[in-house]
Design a protein. Structure first.
Length: 379
């Protein structure tokens, strides 16, 4: 009996010791960048390769692997230095881009066409913010079922297609009550040539143009994503498949975060952001540094709010999978000191227009009523 008690006491003691030790380790980890040994970083790199299911992780050999490892090491250093500064509003982490240099990352993933004025969309005034407009303090279209789960563009620079499709999915849900996941691949394969260039880049507003010309866009169940830039446009009869139409597209009044706020209160909005420094974003409210003039990545603003410490942010849905950022989203600083918005978010916001189903129903009824009255008059 006594030996048992002693064993129990010893066991409890060692557990307590272990807990205090690990607490100590965690505390030092958050206080200063760690001095890691080469072997330790190498182990982290191998784990990261497996964890990120890098297609080539078991065939990466020799020189290329050493080159990637060195870049990974530099990125890790940057991450730990950033995170060790107290009160950072956002944290960095080992995202799937952790073995890429900034140049490689920008070349491969940031293919939104750089333009600072709206070329395809007229600016609409429906979302122009006016003195006295009352807007909700917080909006999150995910809570209203108007946002499909985060998608993954893979090694294809078609952010423009993901952003445009997300905006159409949202406006369709708001106007018809139905959330239908739509086909980026149809845009990549079929909307080619003058304005949009598949995996080589494009603009959301030209995607809206295409959807109008095409008489709609198919669901991604019938036209799934293949991450293939050389596939021919498949002609799928729309009458036999589910598809979604829009009536037009417009731009939000530019350089005005209040108008953007008003727009986002009504529907998810396609924006261009400058995303060079979002490569390693993990969590929190992203504050840059950014170029505030030229966006290079198309994303979707699906809401806005304020953090507990009073920092205002946009809720932005990205297309880099759900392992990146906050389950695929980034919160971006809102109410920036420059009218461009942080990372150029307020420079060219655009959105598709779809007339309200209930309004359409109403006007159909009005039409019938007019016919009836006309009929009566004629009799
Ligand atoms: C960090 O944040 C804490 C809590 O919000 C605050 O009390 C402190 O002053 C901040 N320190 C700096 C350097 O901003
Ligand atoms: C891409 O599409 C082309 C043309 O349809 C096809 O030949 C090729 O096998 C596809 N590649 C992949 C990786 O699916
Ligand atoms: C806003 O940002 C742009 C682009 O960085 C810059 O040229 C301009 O001077 C800034 N304006 C203000 C008022 O800070
Ligand atoms: C469509 O009508 C509903 C109900 O009247 C309204 O709540 C909603 O905001 C309208 N949507 C748009 C895009 O006007």
């Amino acid at each position: 009996m006594a030996t048992r008690l002693i064993t129990l006491a010893l066991f409890t003691l060692s557990v307590l010791l272990l807990i205090s030790l690990s607490v100590g380790v965690v505390a030092t980890a958050t206080e200063q960048p760690q001095q890691r040994s080469e072997a330790e970083v190498r182990l982290m790199y191998e784990r990261w390769l497996v964890g990120n299911r890098k297609k080539s992780y078991n065939v990466l050999l020799g020189e290329e692997k050493e080159k990637r490892f060195k870049i990974f090491k530099d990125n890790l250093k940057l991450i730990e230095e950033h995170n060790s500064v107290p009160n950072q509003s956002y944290h960095l982490g080992l995202t799937q881009f952790a073995d890429l240099t900034d140049d490689e990352f920008q070349d491969m993933y940031l293919r939104g066409k750089k333009m600072d004025k709206i070329s395809g969309s007229d600016i609409g005034d429906r979302y122009l913010y006016k003195e006295g407009d009352v807007l909700p303090d917080e909006v999150d279209w995910r809570d209203k079922g108007a946002v499909v789960p985060v998608k993954t563009q893979g090694d294809c620079g078609a952010c423009w297609a993901f952003s445009a499709v997300g905006a159409v999915e949202g406006v369709n849900k708001i106007a018809t009550g139905e959330l239908i996941s739509l086909s980026e691949q149809e845009l990549i394969d079929c909307d080619r040539g003058v304005d949009n260039f598949g995996c080589l880049g494009g603009q959301a507003e030209f995607a809206f143009e295409f959807i109008i010309r095409n008489g709609g866009i198919l669901g991604d169940q019938v036209y799934p994503y293949s991450d293939n830039d050389t596939a021919a446009c498949k002609r799928i009869e729309m009458v036999t498949a589910r598809f979604v139409t829009i009536d037009g597209h417009e731009g939000v009044p530019q350089y005005d975060e209040m108008s953007l706020k008003k727009a986002v209160a009504h529907q998810p909005i396609s924006v261009m952001v400058e995303a060079n420094n979002m490569k390693l974003y993990k969590s929190g409210v992203f504050t840059g540094p950014c170029d505030n003039w030229y966006g290079n990545h198309n994303v979707l603003v699906v809401g806005y709010g304020s953090s507990s410490s009073g920092q205002d942010y946009w809720i932005v849905r990205n297309s880099w999978g759900s392992d990146w950022g906050e389950e695929g989203y980034i919160r971006l600083e809102r109410n920036f000191h420059n009218s461009t918005g942080n990372c150029a978010v307020a420079v060219r916001p655009v959105y598709p227009v779809k007339s309200n189903a209930s309004f359409a129903l109403l006007s159909a009824n009005v039409f019938k009523l007019v016919c009836l009255l006309l009929g009566l008059v004629l009799i």
